[in-house]
Design a protein around this ligand. Structure first.
Ligand SMILES: CC(C)(COP(=O)(O)OP(=O)(O)OC[C@H]1O[C@@H](n2cnc3c(N)ncnc32)[C@H](O)[C@@H]1OP(=O)(O)O)[C@@H](O)C(=O)NCCC(=O)NCCS
Length: 149
């Protein structure tokens, strides 16, 4: 498995994140405007994952802390770099940063059909707490997952 360096994204990383988000999510992508808004929104933190061996960022995440609760808004990894631990490294970094900020509960939503992401979160200890029917534009359901820190 590759090793990863995770760092906070800055405004000048916007185009790199827009590109990563587009290739990771395809038609379900947020798009450039929403990514730019995410980078400047209050309390939202964006992270980037770089291969320790050097080179471009291959993964990103957005999360938001709200007192004792926090939520993961998005995680994506470029298809050519998937299954090498980048998302796991981003998730570990979010968990560590959230703990350091006094967060007690971390939440996220994931499409029922997205078994790769659901496995990633379950492997990190997230548990399903509810299901939101027809949550997505395509009519798909979302699972709400929680990790107690
Ligand atoms: C979901 C996603 C972020 C995972 O990124 P990744 O860097 O490939 O994930 P990791 O390599 O860190 O995988 C960690 C664990 O998650 C699970 N997992 C990840 N991808 C998987 C897949 N395609 N199939 C099954 N399990 C998978 C496995 O348990 C994996 O551990 P293992 O490789 O030791 O078996 C990536 O597939 C992606 O960007 N998908 C498109 C965007 C998306 O759906 N984001 C999540 C929205 S909620």
């Amino acid at each position: 498995m590759s090793r990863w360096v995770i760092r906070a994204a800055r405004r000048e990383d916007a185009s790199a994140i827009v590109n990563l988000e587009a290739v990771a999510f395809g038609p379900a992508s947020w798009g450039a405007r929403a990514v730019a808004d995410g980078l400047t929104a209050p309390k939202v933190c964006a992270l980037l994952a770089y291969p320790e061996s050097g080179g471009e960022a291959t993964g990103f995440a957005f999360w938001r802390a709200l007192g004792e609760e926090a939520e993961i808004l998005s995680i994506g990894v470029a298809p050519k770099s998937q299954r090498r631990g980048a998302a796991g490294a981003l998730l570990s970094e979010i968990i560590e940063r959230a703990r350091n900020e006094g967060v007690r509960r971390l939440f996220l939503e994931v499409a029922v059909s997205n078994s790769a992401a659901a496995k990633l979160y379950a492997a990190a200890g997230f548990e399903q707490i509810s299901r939101r029917r027809r949550y997505y534009k395509n009519g798909g359901d979302a699972l709400v997952m929680r990790l107690d820190l």
